[in-house]
Design a protein around this ligand. Structure first.
Ligand code: C2O
Ligand code: CU
Ligand code: CU
Length: 427
């Protein structure tokens, strides 16, 4: 609803039960319901307010992942909402159209809350998008994909100590449903895919290896539609893809074995496995869809690498630069709107990733080589494979605030909970 010119959303985090396996209710959590949360939508330029209520027995926070907003509104681990308490962050949306998301961020308890179902999408709109399917729920489909570790009774379980990645699931849920089926009524369908798993990498593609077009990454549209037969997403990354179907056909969206680089053996770290995600069933006759445009937008070159402040980060075990998270330590201070270049090395034998709050950044290179085109657009999360150096270029948030820090961290939720996180202020 719009109240006094402010688009207002209400989210209540609450416990419930959700049936992953029919007839076997599992303890779960969700926003305004038993599992996951509603898709929020706001347009660039709009003022928004989120009335967030905590009906859980534990403290939580409400973080807006990918949103460019002041640190005080970002819902990181300092913004705790006690049981029974509420908060109402408010900001003006000012960034390109994108598929963002929201989830809790209580330090040490994020994996549990996200995995129990506290996660939802947040679409930023910027006017009609010519050539793109945009009828929500009809040809523009949210797809929150999570691996779930279910026991024989269909209950959600955790095993953070299972291996170095934390909990890896044995079943795949798409929008909370195992063995999901999506009826398709249009020639082309847009899937807005979020990897909302705690630790699992996915490589999405279709069982028949048909080509699709990736149209957007974490922070917005790519320069042009990109023809691919698979796109890999680490936890928290998003991809929007458009796929074409023929009347009457069925095709499975799968996750193929991910490319984990030097991880050895990949099977020990979530590699080597394939999963069905959702089956697309096309109706006997399909409504026509617009053709994809040849190009979307000019993406600016990654920002000024010569004048930028440069920083180095080494990811190792559960540490960043040999330190684990300290809520009372500010790791560095940045200048509002300042240009920065970060060199990020993963020296672990297994994968991590990097997410930064409050910004959308660009990947400059990986080991000095051009990034793959699916990661050449706006990103807020990038995979860090072992013994690779990723270089990124960022424009820091524009809001000065010495009191409230922004986080940067590994988005493998067990790693994050165990302290693979740091914080900076913008002053
Ligand atoms: Cu998706 Cu620090 O979060
Ligand atoms: Cu975030
Ligand atoms: Cu990690």
């Amino acid at each position: 609803t719009v109240e006094n010119g402010v688009r207002t959303f209400r989210l209540a985090a609450q416990p419930g039960t959700h049936e992953f396996v029919p007839g076997k209710p599992a303890e779960s959590m969700g926003y305004n319901g038993a599992y996951l949360g509603p898709t929020l939508r706001a347009s660039r330029g709009e003022k928004v307010r989120v009335l967030a209520e905590n009906r859980l027995p534990d403290a939580t926070t409400l973080h807006f992942h990918g949103m460019m907003l002041p640190a005080a509104q970002d819902g990181g681990p300092h913004a705790m909402i006690g049981p029974g308490a509420s908060t109402s962050p408010e900001w003006t949306v000012d960034q390109p159209a994108a598929t963002l998301w929201y989830h809790p961020h209580p330090h040490g308890n994020t994996e549990k809350q996200v995995s129990y179902g506290l996660a939802g999408l947040f679409f930023v709109d910027e006017g009609p998008q010519a050539g793109l399917p945009q009828d929500y729920g009809v040809d523009d489909i949210p797809l929150v994909v999570q691996d779930r570790r279910l026991d024989a009774n269909g209950k959600l379980t955790f095993d953070p100590s299972g291996n170095s990645l934390g909990t890896l699931g044995n079943s795949i849920a798409a929008n909370g449903t195992l063995g999901a089926v999506l009826p398709v009524t249009t020639q082309r369908v847009r899937l807005r895919i979020l990897n909302a798993s705690a630790g699992r990498w996915f490589t999405f593609g279709f069982a028949d290896r048909r080509k699709f077009h990736m149209v957007a990454s974490d922070g917005g549209l790519l320069a042009a539609p990109l023809a691919l037969d698979a796109v890999q997403l680490s936890p928290a990354e998003r991809a929007e893809i458009v796929v074409e179907l023929k009347a009457g056909e069925s095709v499975m969206l799968r996750s193929f074995a991910p490319d984990l680089g030097r991880v050895n053996p990949p099977e020990a770290f979530g590699g080597g496995k394939e999963f069905d995600v959702v089956r697309l069933d096309a109706a006997a006759s399909l409504a026509p869809s617009p053709a994809l445009p040849a190009a979307f937008t000019e993406l600016p070159a990654p920002a000024g690498t010569t004048t930028a402040v440069s920083r180095s980060f080494t990811f190792n075990g559960r540490t960043i630069n040999n330190k684990t998270m300290d809520m009372n330590r500010t790791d560095f201070t940045a200048v509002p709107g300042g240009s920065e270049v970060w060199f990020v090395d993963n020296v672990s034998a297994y994968q991590h990733n990097l997410h930064i709050h409050g910004v959308q950044f660009r990947l400059v290179d990986i080991d000095g080589k051009q990034p793959p085109p699916e990661r050449a657009g706006w990103k807020d999360t990038i995979p860090l494979l072992p013994r690779e150096q990723n270089r990124i270029a960022l424009r820091m948030p524009q809001w000065s605030d010495p009191e409230h820090p922004y986080m940067y961290h590994c988005h493998l939720l067990t790693h994050e909970d165990e302290g693979m996180m740091g914080q900076f202020t913008v002053v």
